[in-house]
Design a protein around this ligand. Sequence first.
Ligand code: CAO
Length: 407
Amino acid sequence: MGSIKEIEIKIPNLGEAESTEVIEISVSVGDKVSTNDPLIVLESEKAAMEVPSDFSGKVTKINIKEGDNVSEGQPFICMEVDDKSSQENNTKDDLQKSEPSQKDEKAKSNELLNPSDNKPINTSSINAGPAVRKIARELDIDLSRVNGSGKNFMITKDDLKNFIHSSKPKGNNYADINILKEHGSYNLEKQSKIRSLGAKNLHDSWVSIPHVTHFEEVDITFIEKQRKEMNAKSKVKITPLAYLVTNTAKALKEFPIFNSSLVGEGELMIKQYINIGIAVDTSDGLLVPVIKSADELSIEEAAENIIHLAEKAKNKKLLQKNLSGGTFSISSLGFMGGTGFTPIINPPEVAIIGVSRAKKVLSIVDGEVTEKNILPISLSYDHRVINGADAGNFMNFLKDEIEKGVT
Ligand code: CAO
């Protein structure tokens, strides 16, 4: 192995073009590159070409930035290379410095020349024109994954379109009616608008948000007793859901990240208002009317809101304002059953609670067998925003608050 030396890499012969734009820098300082690894991509009016490395080594300096105009011979990258390897490439280096040959002078403006042998750079891996590269950059498409159907495997706009369509998830996974028809008689039904829009929203949420579901059990033995006492006096019927609403509002105040929306990459909007949507089952499908300012409500007021909105939903009387502005949702299957389920997040919200059927269990407390009423609850959350520890803390807080009852 020879000693290490630092060399400058220069912009190769650009054919007729006097200068050309750097549209991509493919390496960073500190990167180890091998011979033929792309260093930069240049784009003239007619072509875009990669400039590969003639050496194996480490990038120590980059003198240009994307968008710069560069011309032949301009040093653009410094690399630390093994002396021996650089000597092996000396001939190439010399050629890079030499005047272009007559043949080169005739080079067409849409060809960039490879510094190693003054032949057109082999772009069989990525052969695409400026317009296609521009679209690919805008849409963040890795052109090395696109098959080119043009001359010399050039990637055309149609190739890009085909790539975009083929990378989309395959529709909604609808069954092929023609295949199903063969197996027997059937009825075709039209889904209500609410169901069909709901289906689309649920599908979009499920495929675009990384859901994680956290399960918890809340001891509602005390609050069930308290609830019955309150119901004996209260004008409105208080169900376990009212406890869920008021205590979830407390938890959202304590853990505001659960009351947020992801509004851009790395940009979270934390809302200072707490509006809780309640999933209501109607004959037309699921609706989620919103209880506004849930953190300001007493348990009776929360119960009143639930009854009022559920009635409106079932009688098709909800207004747009009743359905908008939610910051968090609760889906209570309640007495309908289930020991637990994974609710789907209602975007732009980042989490949702699911409530399953309460069950009586025998538990040992201080050596005594005791009957307990246990309410299973689950929390699905957007893992881009909320992590497992956040979810654990949120659910522990919520459980403690519910178990305390109305104080
Ligand atoms: N476990 C056992 N019983 C429960 C319960 C639970 N988790 N939650 C409620 N109950 C009981 C109530 O206490 C009440 O019993 P009592 O009359 O003896 O007090 C009874 O079930 C009926 O309650 P309710 O359903 O009238 O009231 P609610 O506040 O619990 O729920 C509403 C209201 C509108 C949310 C509900 O009617 C509803 O539509 N739920 C369906 C929501 C849904 O479909 N979610 C799934 C979405 S995912 O597809």
